[in-house]
Design a protein around this ligand. Structure first.
Ligand code: AHR
Length: 308
């Protein structure tokens, strides 16, 4: 029986669900689809009410979504910025509304880093370096020149800027490595194929290596290389980043030489940070994801345990 005046647990003492507004980049790649799935399932598991939006790779859509989360007075806003710059104003609006912001996957360039609580995700410069180191080792004994074409990610995005930087930092030590063409493929298969077709048209057999900033563009480029009558991973050495299942399939088919890991499985760590922030606990300013590198020879053994 109820004691007079006592309230049942389900009303006054039941905890209010945390509301998280997440502004996603888009659905441009296999990586991004796995990232979205990780965030949605982790929110459900953690009992967090998730409001989710897809910016279709457009910064203005992402800013609109963030403004709408501010208007809805969500508890926390998280987003993976399409590009690095241009978010200062909306971040200030969130701060003025006292809504903490978490950056996931990609970072922003801002003068005032109190505009966000934490940034969790990969070290993209290091990913570029890993790709460069693999190439240097792979081309040992080759006097060169080694002509490289580069498929860059979305213009102005942190992974495109940083991966390029890390890769160049390593290969510049040996003048035999030359980037002869470099253009954006916007992180998509379709664009990767289209730009590789143009590279092949302009350079043909002159191309020795393709460095693609993600697996999807590499997979698109593989199609272009085959359609041009050449053998991917043999006539042209191919290096890419993400290590999604599609890349493992390409490696097992002997069409991709190596993929540097970039993990999209950020959901559980995001939800735990959101809970800590709401509870007033401190969270580190930078949370770096641990990652490896998978050459073609390891693909068959690793494939069964891949989670994305
Ligand atoms: O920001 C991470 C990058 O974005 C991934 O490498 C790429 O596949 C994605 O679209």
């Amino acid at each position: 029986a109820c004691v007079a005046g006592a309230l049942p647990m389900t009303s006054a003492f039941a905890q209010k669900k945390i509301v998280l507004g997440f502004a996603q980049v888009g659905a441009e790649s296999e990586w991004r689809t796995a990232n979205t799935e990780s965030i949605k399932s982790a929110a459900q598991e953690a009992g967090i009410d998730l409001k989710f939006s897809d910016a279709q790779q457009k910064q203005e859509n992402q800013i609109k979504a963030i403004r709408s989360y501010i208007a809805q007075k969500v508890d926390v806003i998280a987003f993976s910025p399409v590009v690095e710059t241009g978010f200062e104003n909306v971040l200030r609006e969130a701060k003025a509304a006292k809504i903490p912001v978490v950056l996931t996957d990609r970072s922003v360039k801002v003068k005032d880093d109190s505009l966000y609580v934490t940034f969790m995700g990969s070290d993209f410069v290091e990913e570029g370096r890993k790709a460069g180191r693999w190439l240097v080792e792979n081309q040992k004994g080759n006097k060169g020149p080694v002509n490289i074409v580069e498929l860059q990610g979305t213009v102005g995005s942190a992974p495109a800027i940083d991966r390029k930087k890390g890769f160049e930092e390593i290969i510049k030590a040996d003048p035999k490595f030359k980037i002869i063409r470099s253009q954006t493929g916007d992180f998509t298969r379709a664009k990767g194929k289209e730009v590789m077709e143009a590279f092949l048209k302009a350079e043909g057999k002159n191309i020795n290596v393709l460095f693609a900033h993600n697996d999807d563009m590499a997979i698109g480029a593989i199609q272009a290389i085959e359609e041009a009558g050449m053998k991917p991973a043999k006539d042209i050495t191919i290096i890419s980043i993400d290590a999604v299942k599609g890349a493992f399939e390409a490696m097992m088919a002997g069409k991709l030489n190596v993929s540097v890991e970039c993990s999209p499985l950020l959901g559980p760590q995001l939800m735990s940070a959101v809970k800590d922030i709401v509870a007033g606990k401190p969270v580190p300013k930078r949370i770096i994801t641990k990652e490896g590198i998978f050459p073609m020879e390891t693909a068959k053994a690793e494939f069964p345990s891949r989670k994305y």
